[in-house]
Design a protein around this ligand. Structure first.
Ligand code: H79
Length: 431
């Protein structure tokens, strides 16, 4: 087991350097009208109990004529993202690649081809690491047993008629599709499987988990096909990294007292799939703080874009990523290869550390003086990261009449920065 942990840490070496990735949720749900109901667009089939007949409309209409994965890859790269993970299949069962095991795939829509292959080629060409999100849940497959999430859970007649469904057959399909994905597209860096829910229980249906997915066997196959791949932890079998979702952990995540590799996944507007009517956009400023907060706790951030049904990133997403790129362009040194510091940061601040360099991120710009207890005697030089201009500082308790007045709270080990009045503002405002 110890050896496994070491192997996992070795596999994760690039991942914990790269820190910032792009998540892409793209499928038939990208077309669904939600009229401001909010929630998760990609969950619509379940939450709105959409019938197969109605869902077929989205399949028939799917025609991503503006799909240009090279443009997506350039946008991601420019934002400072170093890897990307795309939905090969989400819970609705629709496949972006030309799977031999189903007809429910992009190649049978007006797109008429394997959309995943172009994506893989485009992102690799930009030098980004690539990952596959693949849903364990499948509301389209005829052997997937009807549980509390299934779109037809309340159709009693249907449930009665469909009692012969066999999850073992579904598991075979699942394994077969993962095999296709991990043999047909060269080296894949991340496998992101979603998700086990045995902890959720209903009167008449138990949540699904490792027995349903045959998780042990699945993981063994994944490791055999792609020995270096990073696997997330959502199939009830130990993976390489933890995956908090739309939640910023308070501290570095640990298991049995040991810090683990982790990646928080976050949305731009609260939905993973594109939702025309959801304008709950996070500002670039907030997203920068989320990235810093994550790295300051030793984690990764994977930020999601839900492209439109025609295959484009919408302008708000592009503008937001562009603003993030302006920031990472000058502050990347505090993110890539950086991690938690042993120093604890003052109020409204975060520390990240890369080697011997300590980076102080100031979320609320103070009036000129910022006091850092414990740092006197440990800093030789300080500067702003955006322009490399010097920041002067004083150490210890100031003399009477010194520049820093008042001795309350000052300690011999206090280092006091003298900041400019105005925060250097490198974020482009987004409308
Ligand atoms: O793919 C994205 C989501 O669709 C999927 N994981 C990310 C990466 C996911 N989102 N939430 N969950 C998994 C957990 C399930 C939450 C639920 Fe619900 C609570 C399902 C039913 C109640 C949220 C609220 C979804 C439907 C209603």
């Amino acid at each position: 087991m110890v050896e496994d942990k070491e192997l996992s840490a070795q596999r994760s070496a690039w991942f914990v350097q790269d820190r910032f990735g792009l998540f892409i949720h793209w499928g038939l749900y990208s077309a669904i009208a939600r009229y401001g109901r909010g929630g998760l667009a990609e969950w619509s089939k379940s939450t709105d109990k959409i019938s197969e007949e109605k869902y077929q409309d989205y399949f028939d209409a799917f025609d991503p004529d503006l799909y240009d994965p090279r443009a997506w890859a350039r946008t991601a790269k420019q934002a400072g993202m170093r890897y990307a993970v795309i939905t090969t299949k989400h819970h609705d069962g629709f496949c972006l690649w030309d799977s031999a095991l189903t007809d429910y795939k992009a190649s049978n829509t007006q797109a008429g081809r394997d959309l995943l292959r172009e994506w893989v080629d485009a992102f690799r060409a930009e030098g980004l690491k690539i990952g596959f999100y693949h849903s364990l849940i499948d509301w389209h497959h005829s052997e997937f047993t009807i549980d509390g999430f299934h779109p037809r859970r309340e159709d009693l007649e249907f449930r009665e008629r469909e009692k012969g469904r066999d999850m073992h057959k579904y598991a075979e399909y699942l394994h077969g599709q993962v095999r296709e994905l991990l043999t047909g597209y060269g080296q894949i860096d991340i496998m992101w499987l979603d998700f086990s829910y045995t902890f959720m229980d209903w009167d008449w249906a138990k949540g699904k988990g490792k027995d349903d997915w045959q998780s042990e066997k699945l993981v063994a196959m994944i490791r055999e096909l792609q020995p270096d791949i990073l696997l997330n932890n959502r199939l009830e079998v130990e993976g390489d990294f933890q995956t908090p979702e739309q939640y910023q952990p308070r501290t570095w995540i640990s298991e049995q007292g040991k810090r683990v590799t982790w990646e928080v996944c976050q949305t731009l507007n609260g939905s993973w799939g594109y939702d025309r009517d959801n304008q709950n956009w996070k500002s670039p400023d907030l997203l920068v703080r989320m990235l810093i907060d994550t790295v300051s706790k030793g984690g990764n951030l994977i930020l999601n874009v839900g492209p439109t049904a025609r295959g484009e990133f919408d302008p708000q997403a592009v503008a937001t990523l562009q603003a993030l790129g302006e920031w990472t362009h000058v502050h990347g040194r505090a993110v890539y290869g950086a991690t938690q510091s042993t120093y604890s940061a003052p109020e409204d601040c975060r520390f990240t550390r890369r080697g011997k360099r300590l980076y102080l991120h100031i979320f609320a710009w103070p009036m000129q003086h910022l006091h850092l207890d414990g740092l006197a005697g440990r800093v030789t030089y300080a500067h702003l990261l955006n322009d490399g201009s010097e920041i002067r500082f004083q150490e210890g308790i100031p003399d009477e009449g010194g520049h820093v007045s008042g001795k309350d709270g000052m300690r011999p080990d206090t280092l006091t920065l003298e900041l400019p009045i105005q925060r250097p503002d490198v974020l482009v405002p987004v409308i």
